[in-house]
Design a protein around this ligand. Structure first.
Ligand SMILES: Cc1cc2nc3c(=O)[nH]c(=O)nc-3n(C[C@H](O)[C@H](O)[C@H](O)COP(=O)(O)OP(=O)(O)OC[C@H]3O[C@@H](n4cnc5c(N)ncnc54)[C@H](O)[C@@H]3O)c2cc1C
Length: 113
């Protein structure tokens, strides 16, 4: 059996990969709801798409460039080759946890190790 502490991005995705390979996985999460409280802006590069199939349910927006401002108002603009995604981080965490649970991972909420 494999025990994972924390149902965040890392814990949920590890749980998914391990459960998919047939391991018995138990995930312990201190909070009562996966993904909350949110502590992430939710900006991810397009590499994300190679890990988790993008779903409308957790995608808030897409951006194709960003600007970094200095205090005097000047800025440098970075144009991305592929759009970055802005995600509802709490919904993404819940989605990946569901992927893991569908592969057989068991979740235990409000359990602080
Ligand atoms: C303000 C802010 C903005 C950010 N914005 C971005 C962004 O735009 N893009 C980006 O890519 N990254 C961003 N990050 C970074 C990103 O949030 C982290 O890299 C990511 O959440 C790390 O994932 P994780 O699974 O390792 O940890 P976490 O997401 O922190 O998950 C850890 C989980 O473990 C649980 N836990 C902890 N200790 C225990 C315990 N003892 N027992 C049980 N459960 C426990 C916690 O409750 C939590 O649910 C941001 C971070 C912050 C703080």
């Amino acid at each position: 059996m494999i025990t994972i502490i924390g149902a965040g991005a890392a814990g949920n995705y590890a749980a998914y990969l391990l459960a998919e390979k047939g391991f018995e996985v138990q995930v312990f999460e201190a909070n009562s709801t996966i993904g909350t409280p949110i502590a992430c802006t939710g900006i991810l590069t397009s590499y994300f798409d190679t890990l988790v199939e993008p779903k409308k349910e957790f995608i808030a927006n897409e951006i194709s460039s960003s600007r970094i401002y200095s205090p005097n108002g000047e800025f440098a603009q970075i144009n991305f080759r592929h759009p970055n995604r802005i995600l509802h981080r709490n919904l993404l965490d819940q989605h990946v946890a569901k992927m893991a649970a569908n592969e057989g991972a068991e979740y235990h909420l409000e359990q602080k190790s």
